[in-house]
Design a protein around this ligand. Structure first.
Ligand code: NAP
Length: 552
């Protein structure tokens, strides 16, 4: 257990960071480097966040490794070598562990401890953070680096406990290898996690039955060994690449460049050629294939039809192909997947596709599962049913701010933040890649870096000015929420029942959660708020006990 360096009035720590994923690891490095006493708490038994838990077969990133990595240290960028163009989960986890050890961060991290509550005390301006083990720590600041895709969606099927076979969930896959040989396996879900794991499970299983509610668009991952020449070139010019990423909507730059033309403003042949080029480049490049893809239904339908054509060309049985073709939401409004032989897997004789939109799963039974139409005998059920995204992990913590106000009440009609960074009534509580920020629509590593730097600058500002607290004003928060909704509603995103809107979780308020105005505009607004003396934030009174005497 970490030793507590208690300073009366300053709390056990200056900053408690909840979560040891990409955000928490960098927050610790950055803030400790500035002289703050920091403590990271994570439920897992090691760092990695989402990359710690999602160990399912085939788990990989669909942003190029050279881009989906920290940019804060030039030495780190130069010394680390990725083996694959798109890193697989074990390599990303090894990378995060390398960063933790390289910067000697582990000594300030507490693992196997789940934060259950965070309570603000107005008399001391301290947060008390308590874990499931009953340990409470106090700190002036609390950073919720809890991640967007870290709270798996709760089971929705009756009878789960009765199942006599093996049960797995892609989002908390065991460390031990799972052997599907000779087994009748069922996979529930056809999102990114399912689409990556299904071909590998099919390669082992005796039979594989895929229970699909909504088909997804998926683009070939195009993974392979990282070309040493590409790596050398990037490493020679990393600074320029990072600058371009930070000025881009998605935080990626190595593939196709964003188009400035509209899909409907070019000929059919030009459009097809552009899609074909992007088909072999990567899933995320379709979002920027033409400027109107995500705002104009006619334009969107051209790329949707292109992607459906690819499915029909790959799947032998026309009925199965049609079932696999997404038709009731626009392309890109559910996260486009990246796969290796996903659609081709349905040509294998032992792989079956079951439509559970028409006949929903009604229960899990002792021997498998039942839909409204049939029963299926299974030895293994894999849940690839997704996450209570963007708010689930934060709301699992009993978080109370001024006057005991509960975050669950503040967000009962959907998450409300200012710039995705702070919530009014919750002083000194920061969020990384929170709802209301570009978050999942931007390279998560760079988005987290941006937030950690913004937050540490704010903390430094308070220290220099000897101010006790910072919090979003209710007015700025209301304006920002309205802006996020207005921008989101001008796109096609609301037309899908996606996790971006919370529509995948029964009872969750439907609200567009990521900020869709693009990262450059978002960054401009965050920087402008600071330049205008933290416009939209209320700064509290003088610190009763100054932060960081040692660093003065
Ligand atoms: P997901 O995209 O939310 O997919 C969950 C799947 O389970 C969907 O097909 C969903 O159907 C189905 N499902 C959920 N509840 C169901 C029910 N009651 N009955 C039947 N089907 C049900 O979750 P995910 O695949 O874990 O991916 C989440 C996100 O993580 C991705 O969108 C992506 O951002 C990220 N991710 C990225 C990568 C990558 O980089 N390549 C890999 C994995 C994950 P509906 O669509 O009908 O709800």
């Amino acid at each position: 257990m970490n030793q507590i360096n208690q300073v009366p009035g300053r709390g056990d720590y200056d900053v408690i960071i909840v979560g040891a994923g990409f955000a928490g690891v960098y927050a610790l490095h950055r803030l400790r480097g500035l002289g703050y006493r920091c403590h990271v708490i994570d439920a897992a038994d090691g760092p990695g966040g989402t990359w710690f838990w999602n160990r399912y077969p085939g788990a990989a990133c669909d942003i190029e490794s050279l881009e989906y990595s920290y940019s804060f240290s030039e030495e780190l960028q130069q010394e680390w070598s990725w083996s694959q163009r798109f890193a697989r989960q074990p390599e990303i986890l090894a990378y995060i562990n390398h960063v933790v050890d390289r910067f000697d961060l582990r000594k300030d991290m507490q693992f196997s401890a789940r934060v259950v509550s965070a309570l603000f005390d107005e008399t001391s301006d301290l947060w008390t953070v308590t874990t499931d083990g009953g340990q409470s720590r106090t700190a002036r600041f609390c950073i919720m680096a809890t991640g967007c895709l870290s709270a798996p969606k709760a089971n929705e099927f009756p009878g789960l406990d009765s199942f006599k076979g093996e049960i797995y969930h892609t989002a908390y896959w065991p460390k031990e290898t799972v052997d599907f040989s000779g087994k009748r396996v069922g996979v529930i879900g056809t999102g990114s996690s399912a689409i990556q794991s299904i071909p590998l499970i099919a390669a082992q299983a005796k039979t594989l039955t895929v229970f699909q509610r909504t088909p997804n668009f998926s683009v070939p991952a195009g993974n392979g060994p990282l070309d040493p020449e590409v790596e050398a070139d990037v490493k020679r010019n990393y600074r320029d690449l990072r600058r371009r990423e930070r000025n881009s909507v998605q935080g990626i730059d190595l593939g196709a460049t964003p188009e400035t033309r509209t899909a409907m403003g070019v000929s059919v042949a030009e459009r097809q050629a552009e899609y074909e080029k992007r088909w072999s480049t990567g899933a995320l490049y379709f979002y920027t294939s033409f400027v109107d893809i995500l705002v104009d239904e006619e334009a969107n339908n051209t790329v949707a039809e292109f992607a459906r054509g690819k499915i029909r060309a790959k799947v032998d049985d026309p009925a199965v192909a049609e079932l696999l073709c997404p038709k009731d939401y626009p392309f890109g409004t559910k996260r486009v997947c990246a796969d290796t032989n996903y659609f081709e897997t349905f040509n294998l004789p032992h792989v079956h596709l079951v439509d559970v939109k028409t006949n929903p799963i009604s229960s899990i039974t002792e021997t498998g599962l039942e839909t409204n139409a049939n029963s299926y005998d299974l030895d293994v059920i894999v849940f690839a049913t997704g996450f209570d995204a963007m708010t689930g992990a934060m709301l699992n913590i009993d978080t109370r701010g001024r006057d005991g106000i509960n975050l669950r009440d503040s967000w009962s009609a959907g998450p409300r933040t200012y710039l995705g960074l702070m919530v009014s009534g919750f002083p000194n509580l920061f969020i990384t890649t929170g709802p209301g920020s570009p978050s999942v629509t931007y390279n998560m590593v760079l988005g987290n870096e941006f937030h950690v730097e913004w937050i540490s600058d704010a903390i430094e500002h308070l220290r220099r000015e000897v101010i006790s607290t910072i919090e979003a004003t209710p007015e700025a928060e209301a304006e920002w929420v309205a802006h996020v909704n207005e921008v989101g509603n001008a796109t096609l995103y609301p037309k899908a029942n996606s996790w971006y809107l919370g529509a995948n979780v029964p009872g969750k308020p439907r609200m567009i959660m990521p900020y869709l105005g693009g990262f450059p505009e978002y960054k401009r607004r965050c920087t402008q708020a600071v330049a205008r003396h933290y416009e939209g934030f209320q700064l509290g009174g003088p610190q009763a006990v100054p932060l960081m005497e040692a660093a003065e």
